[in-house]
Design a protein around this ligand. Structure first.
Ligand code: SAH
Length: 423
């Protein structure tokens, strides 16, 4: 309890909170950031050239699927049968597909549903309610996804790129650089594999009974990669996720696309007519700090990113989410909470909420999460200013599966090298 009267022996005024004056700059960290020729943090927008993953049913539009089925010498209606096996029964095993003619079945199924992900590792925490998968792609690139059971929903955090080109210094994925874009089907396959695991009873404490027919209800594009830097493939994956007739039939609202702030792509997304939930990784309300913390701020400034976020709300009617990793003495100052609230309120009311994320540790990082009272004060100020603000219940820290922690370790690489690709 605090009392307004100082204790009897107190003779000096209380020490002012040094923290208010402390400003840790991103440049004081102990990581080595990749730089471009001009000495600025390297930004990689284009995917390095690598062997393309095999084309898969989920990469194609319904019409293209029929065309490909015919190319493989089958009547067009077989496309629908494959869609059903893959999107409803979550299988690509020819042995499960007894409605297809036995002659040439293996070859046909392999041609339409080639194997894309080989499971290398699976780590569990929260008594089995959180599972991190490490996948190897056809060319040996490694990606991760994290499956989380919450009361009333099951969320899958998917990767959209192997690595990431955005170079954010507090994110383990960013520090590793971009390996390549993932195909739409490689993104979708993460969901299909998760659904299969859930159907097999693999998610959660086996003593608690799961519901029959349970599956992934929510997708967050918050695994490895910057989804809007891989725009066309991510959008194809989203279309497949929401397609009720030819896809997974999920609700668009349950899909969250999170971006570091690629403004032209945000505008494009708003015009897609698929009302996904949109999240902007802001992390600082002032350009002075964001320039150092989020290298892409050199292209699109705080105000431009916020204007694009507000325009997303205008276009879709979907409330936007602002992500803010709280880093001790770097971006957690009370004045920054006030400035953030001011900038959001200047763009209207009721269009946005803030989702602070206590910083998760990354390898070699000397930064830490904000102290509890500072974090609470930050949240309180925003709420008091009329901005709904809720801390993210970040999961999977124990298995390096939380926000910003997804990166293949040397040990992952070793195990992956010994794991043969799924045939
Ligand atoms: N490229 C996308 C998705 C990134 S992951 C984006 O930038 O939005 C999802 C969120 O986790 C982002 O807001 C990201 O900035 C945040 N994040 C990254 N590293 C983190 C860390 N170490 N602790 C907490 N959040 C982190």
């Amino acid at each position: 309890m605090t009392s307004s009267r100082p204790p009897a022996r107190e003779t000096r005024p209380a020490t002012p909170r040094v923290r208010e004056a402390t400003q840790v700059r991103p440049t004081t960290e102990g990581w080595t950031q990749q730089k471009d020729a001009e000495g600025r943090p390297l930004l990689q927008f284009a995917s390095p050239k690598r062997g393309k993953p095999p084309v898969h049913l989920a990469d194609l539009t319904p019409a293209e699927r029929i065309a490909k089925v015919k190319e493989l010498g089958m009547p067009g209606f077989r496309a629908k049968q494959l869609e059903k096996h893959y999107f409803t029964h979550w299988t690509h095993d020819p042995a499960d597909m007894t409605d297809l003619p036995a002659a040439g079945r293996e070859e046909f199924v392999h041609g339409m549903l080639p194997p894309l992900l080989t499971e290398v590792r699976r780590l569990e925490t929260d008594r089995g309610d959180t599972i991190k998968f490490l996948w190897k792609l056809h060319d040996g690139a490694l990606v991760e996804s994290v499956l989380m059971r919450y009361p009333g929903r099951i969320t899958l955090c998917v990767s959209s790129q192997a690595g990431c080109g955005m170079n954010c210094p507090f994110c383990a994925t960013g520090q590793a650089g971009l390996t390549r874009n993932m195909s739409a089907a490689e993104i979708i396959e993460q969901v299909v594999r998760a659904n299969r695991l859930i159907a097999d009873g693999g998610l959660g404490d086996p003593r608690r009974v799961g519901h029959k027919g349970e599956r992934v209800t929510n997708i967050v594009f918050m695994g490895m990669g910057e989804p809007l830097a891989n725009y066309a493939r991510v959008m194809q994956a989203v279309r497949v996720m929401v397609d009720k007739e030819h896809g997974l039939g999920m609700s668009a609202r349950g899909i969250t696309v999170s971006t570091v702030g690629l403004v032209p792509a945000i505008t494009k997304l708003a015009n897609e007519d698929i009302p996904v939930t949109f999240a902007l990784s802001l992390h600082a309300p002032d350009d002075e700090l964001r320039d150092e913390l989020i290298p892409v701020n050199s292209r699109w400034k705080v105000d431009e990113a916020l204007d694009a976020a507000r325009a997303y709300f205008d276009k879709t009617g979907r409330r936007v989410s602002i992500e803010y990793a709280l880093i001790k003495d770097m971006n957690d100052h009370a004045w920054r909470a006030d400035l953030l609230a001011e900038k959001l309120n200047a763009r209207g009311r009721g269009w946005v909420h803030v989702n602070p994320i206590p910083l998760n540790p990354t390898p070699g990082s000397i930064w830490t999460a904000s102290e509890r009272d500072v974090q609470d004060e930050f949240v309180r100020r925003l709420n008091d200013a009329g901005i709904p603000t809720t801390l993210r219940d970040t999961r999977g820290k124990e298995i390096d599966g939380a926000c910003g922690q997804l990166v293949a370790t040397e040990d992952d690489e070793r195990v992956a090298a010994e794991t043969p690709l799924e045939a």
